[in-house]
Design a protein around this ligand. Structure first.
Ligand code: UFG
Length: 324
């Protein structure tokens, strides 16, 4: 197996590339480095710096490296930005992906794993959320991911491209070595912001609402370690290689953690106070997003190994302290 990893210089993608290297599986990364980092890709893994929609670059890459599968992480991921600039999100996440798909089909690639998201469900009617829950995305980010999921079903019927669409809940943590990290610019995610507030690299963390209908009034999410996500991708790829039918799976733990519980964990693990200030609700935030996680366990034999909250915070903190 030789794997094309798009977005392999990004947060989740780079953890997956590292896992492939650990497993002695060859890979080639396609990343335009708009959000990824060159130093997150191991020196012996080829990095092609181009957009996924750059047909010439994709065609040349397919000719040179002849990958047998693609794992597609590349894309824009900020919910708020997607509401303000949907054209950007449809352009990158959908139009460019379709251009790449066309080249992949022409190049004979038959297997694909794609990054999808819990945002395809919109505001959930039931929690935990099973995969067959209605998909009603409330922002362009979720809408573009859902559109790609649907395109893949059509591609399979027409061209036989088998796929796994993996709907992540909240990715967290970092490689245990501390050498890979969550590095977004601007950073909008709770855990890196809470850690930075604790270690004095940023001001107080704003809690977006403490009046939600949850146990402690703050939003509840299902945080899943990035290493566990990487493992699920490899397991999905192996299943597809063995001939398994296409699959759509939630990747979460099935357990909800509130913003306050994250803050408590950061304080426990770092031994520092997290300065917090009360903010208003962030528009578009559902109060509670928790996966029904049984299908991935069943289909892949996947079981999260590092997704205990303190473990995720410890790994995230270590990797943060390793950077100045
Ligand atoms: N939060 C704060 N303060 C902050 C940042 C976040 O209180 O400064 C809260 C949010 O309101 C939310 C929780 O922390 O309740 C987690 O927020 P994140 O921004 O870390 O993550 P989201 O749940 O908003 O987003 C995640 C993924 C997205 C995906 C979305 C699906 O990062 O890619 O889930 O709804 F689209």
């Amino acid at each position: 197996m030789r794997v094309l990893v798009t977005g392999g210089a990004g947060y989740i993608g780079s953890h997956f590339v590292r896992l492939l290297a650990d497993e002695q599986i060859e890979s080639v990364v396609l990343d335009n480095l708009s959000a990824g980092h060159r130093d997150a890709v191991p020196p012996n893994v080829p990095l092609v710096c181009a957009d996924v929609g750059d047909r010439g670059a994709v065609r040349a890459l397919l000719g040179e490296y002849q990958p047998t599968a693609v794992v597609h992480f590349a894309g824009l991921i900020q919910v708020g930005e997607s509401v303000r600039a949907p054209d950007l999100y449809y352009g990158v996440n959908l139009v460019q992906t379709l251009a790449m798909l066309e080249e992949l089909t022409r190049g004979g690639v038959q297997l694909m794993v794609m990054s999808s998201t819990a945002a395809v469900y919109g505001v959930p009617q039931t929690v935990p959320i099973p995969e067959d829950h209605p998909r009603n995305p409330i922002n362009a980010y979720g809408a573009t991911k859902l559109a790609v999921e649907r395109a893949l079903q059509d591609w399979e019927r027409a061209y036989g491209l088998r796929h796994a669409a993996l709907r992540y809940f909240n990715a967290a943590g970092a490689h245990p070595s501390g050498t890979l990290a969550e590095r977004h610019d601007p950073e909008t995610h709770l855990i890196p912001l809470a850690i930075d507030a604790a270690i004095g690299r940023r001001g107080a963390l704003t809690i977006f609402g403490e009046d939600w209908p949850t146990e402690d009034g703050t939003c509840v999410r299902d945080y899943i370690h990035v290493q566990d996500l990487a493992t699920a991708h490899l397991q999905a790829l192996r299943r597809l290689e063995q001939g398994a039918p296409s699959m759509t799976l939630n990747l979460g733990t099935g357990r909800g953690i509130s913003v306050r519980e994250i803050v408590d964990s950061v304080q426990r693990v770092s031994g520092r106070q997290v300065p917090v200030q009360q903010g208003t609700r962030r528009q578009g935030d559902p109060p509670r997003l928790v996966a029904c996680a049984s299908l991935a366990a069943e289909a892949l034999g996947w079981k999260p190994q590092r997704s205990e909250v303190d473990q995720m915070i410890e790994d995230a903190l270590r990797s943060r302290l390793a950077r100045e």
